[in-house]
Design a protein around this ligand. Structure first.
Ligand code: HEM
Length: 495
C-alpha cells in the first residue's frame, strides 16, 4: 500500500489500473443503456468482494474496542519467573489490547450490565504472551462443560430471537448453577456497568504456574487501572445506550487521540505448592478469590495504551487471543477451566480466521518464528519455509533447540501427584460457595450500596416468571436472609 504522502493510482485487486471506479460496462449505444457484461471485472470483483467482507463474529465477546501500547517491568520478578519480558527493570514489550462485552453481538450498545473481557497480547523476545482475562476476579462456573450453556442463557431466545430483557433465562441458569453466586453479586452490584474501558481492572481468575529453574509457584494475575474504577448507574447506562451506544469505543479512542494514555499496574498473587495443599479454598476453583489478606498483591510492571488502531478490522477484529499462548516462565496449572480454554480459543481462531491466523500482522510475534512442521493451509502468505525439511529429525538442515523438553507450558516439578487420578466429575454446590458472596454483601453494607444492589437485581427480575423470581430470591437468601427478603419486597411492590 502506498504511504500517505504518495498519491495512489487506483487499480483492481491484481494491479490493473482502471480510469474510473464508478463505471460499469453496459450494452447499447442508445441513452437507455442496460445489461451488464460478465467481462466487467471491476464490477464483478467489487460486488463479489463486498459479499465476503464479514468474517464470523466471535460466539462470545463479539463487541469490542482495542488499542496498541507497551508493557514495562517496574520490579524485580526473577525469583518468581524466568519469563524474559518480566525480567529487567525498565524492559518494554509491545502490547495489543482488545476489551469486549461478552454477550451482545457486534454493534450492540456498549453500556450493558455485562462482564468485560480483556484480550492482551504481549509481543516478547520469546514469542507472544496472551492474557485473556475478565474485569471480575471470579467466574460464574467452575466446570468448563457448563460454559456454552452459561453464555447461551444470556443470549437471544432461540424461538423469538429477542434478547431476554426479563432476565428469566439467565436467572434460570444461575438459580440452578449457584456456584456462580459471587460473580453474580459483582455483576449486579454498582460495579456491574463500567463507565469506560479506562476505568476497569482485569483479573486472570484462572490459576497459572510461574516457573524458574528452581521450581514453580502458583499465581493469579491482576491489572489495576491507574485511572481508578468508575461505573455507571443503570439509568445513566440506559441513557447512553440510546444517545451514544459506542460510548466505550469513543472514550478509549478519544483519550488516546488527545494523548491521555491510560495505564494499568500489573500485580501477582503468589502461592507455594505447600500453601496450595493447605488452603481453605480449592485453588483451581474459579468461583473463589484468594483474599489479599492471605496473598497480598505484588507489583510487577505497568501497561500503557498509546496508539489507536490504524484499521479496526486488521488490528482488532482479526486479533486472536488464547490462554494457551504462553512464553517460557509461565505455565498452565491443573485449573480445569484454564485447561479447557487452552483448547477452545485456538480452535475458535482456526474457524474464525483460518488455520494460518498466527501469520496475520496483528497476531504475528516480533520474535523469529521457525515452525517448519506446520506447513501449507488456507491463506499461507509467508515463505512457507521454502524447501526446508517438513518432517522432524531430518539430517538435511541443522536446527537449534533451546526450549524445554515438553510443551511450551512445561513446568518443572509439576505437583501433578497432588491433583490425583482421572475421574468423571461435576462439582456440587455447598454452603461454602456462599461464604465469599456473603463477605461481599457485608462490604456493600460498609459502602451503603446494599439498596442499590437490591434495586439492580429487582429491576432485572421484575418481569420474570414468578417461579424464576422465587428461585432467585431463595438463592440470595442463602447469601443473606435480609438480602433475599429485600429483593422479595421490592418485587412485590412492583406487582
Ligand atoms: C471453559 C470456559 C471458557 C471457554 C470454553 C471460553 C471460550 C471462549 C471462546 C470460544 C471465545 C471466542 C474466541 C474467538 O472467537 O476468537 C472466547 C473469548 C473470550 N473469552 Fe472465553 N471462554 C471461557 C471462559 C473464560 C474466562 C474464565 C475468561 C476470563 C477470565 C474468558 C475471557 C475471554 C475473553 C477476554 C475473550 C475475548 C478474546 C478476544 O478479545 O478475542 N473466557 N472465550
Amino acid at each position: 500500500m502506498p504511504t500517505n504522502d504518495v498519491v495512489p493510482i487506483y487499480t483492481l485487486a491484481e494491479g490493473c489500473p482502471v480510469a474510473d471506479p464508478t463505471t460499469a460496462q453496459r450494452v447499447g449505444n442508445s441513452p437507455v443503456k442496460g445489461l451488464i457484461l460478465l467481462q466487467d471485472t471491476q464490477l464483478i470483483e467489487t460486488l463479489a468482494h463486498f459479499s465476503r467482507e464479514r468474517i464470523p463474529e466471535r460466539t462470545v465477546h463479539a463487541s469490542a474496542a482495542g488499542a496498541w501500547g507497551e508493557f514495562e517491568v517496574t520490579h524485580n520478578n526473577s525469583h518468581l519467573t524466568s519469563a524474559k519480558f518480566l525480567n529487567g527493570i525498565g524492559k518494554r514489550s509491545k502490547v495489543l489490547l482488545r476489551v469486549s462485552t461478552v454477550g451482545p453481538e457486534r454493534g450492540h450498545a456498549e453500556t450493558v450490565r455485562d462482564v468485560r473481557g480483556w484480550g492482551m497480547k504481549i509481543f516478547t523476545e520469546e514469542g507472544n504472551q496472551d492474557f485473556v482475562f475478565n474485569n471480575i476476579p471470579v467466574f460464574f462456573v467452575r466446570d468448563p462443560i457448563k460454559f456454552p450453556s452459561l453464555n447461551r442463557s444470556h443470549k437471544r431466545h432461540p424461538a423469538t430471537n429477542l434478547p431476554d430483557s426479563t432476565m428469566a433465562k439467565p436467572y434460570s441458569f444461575h438459580n440452578n448453577n449457584q456456584e456462580g453466586i459471587h460473580a453474580l453479586m459483582i455483576l449486579f452490584s454498582n460495579r456491574g456497568i463500567p463507565a469506560s474501558i479506562r476505568h476497569i481492572n482485569s483479573y486472570s481468575g484462572n490459576t497459572y504456574k510461574l516457573t524458574t529453574e528452581n521450581g514453580f509457584v502458583y499465581a493469579k494475575i491482576h491489572l489495576k487501572s491507574d485511572q481508578g474504577i468508575k461505573n455507571l448507574s443503570q439509568d445513566e447506562a440506559n441513557r447512553l445506550a440510546g444517545e451514544n451506544p459506542s460510548h466505550n469505543t469513543a472514550d478509549l479512542y478519544n483519550a488516546i487521540e488527545r494523548g491521555d494514555y491510560p495505564t494499568w499496574t500489573m500485580y501477582l498473587q503468589v502461592m507455594t505448592p505447600e500453601q496450595a495443599e493447605n488452603y481453605r479454598w480449592n485453588i483451581f476453583d474459579m468461583t473463589k478469590v484468594w483474599p489479599h489478606s492471605d496473598f497480598p498483591l505484588q507489583p510487577v510492571g505497568k501497561m500503557r495504551l498509546n496508539r489507536n488502531p490504524t484499521n479496526y478490522f486488521t488490528d482488532i477484529e482479526q486479533a486472536a487471543f488464547s490462554p494457551s499462548t504462553m512464553v517460557p516462565g509461565i505455565a498452565p496449572s491443573a485449573d480445569p477451566m484454564l485447561q479447557a480454554r487452552m483448547f477452545a480459543y485456538p480452535d475458535a481462531a482456526r474457524y474464525r480466521l483460518g488455520v494460518n491466523y498466527q501469520q496475520l500482522p496483528c497476531n504475528a510475534p516480533v520474535s523469529e518464528v521457525y515452525t517448519p512442521y506446520q506447513r501449507d493451509g488456507a491463506f499461507r502468505y509467508n515463505s512457507n519455509y521454502g524447501g526446508d525439511p517438513n518432517y522432524v529429525r531430518s539430517s538435511f538442515r541443522p536446527i537449534k533447540f533451546e526450549g524445554r523438553v515438553g510443551a511450551n507450558g512445561y513446568a518443572p516439578g509439576g505437583h501433578e501427584e497432588w491433583v490425583g487420578l482421572v475421574a468423571g466429575y461435576s462439582s456440587e454446590v455447598t454452603d461454602e460457595d456462599f461464604v465469599q458472596a456473603r463477605e461481599m454483601w457485608k462490604v456493600l453494607g460498609e459502602s451503603n450500596e446494599q439498596d442499590d444492589f437490591v434495586h439492580n437485581v429487582a429491576t432485572h427480575l421484575k418481569s420474570a416468571l414468578p417461579q424464576v423470581q422465587l428461585e432467585t430470591i431463595n438463592m440470595f437468601k442463602r447469601v443473606d436472609a435480609v438480602l433475599g427478603s429485600s429483593i422479595k419486597s421490592v418485587l412485590s411492590s412492583h406487582i
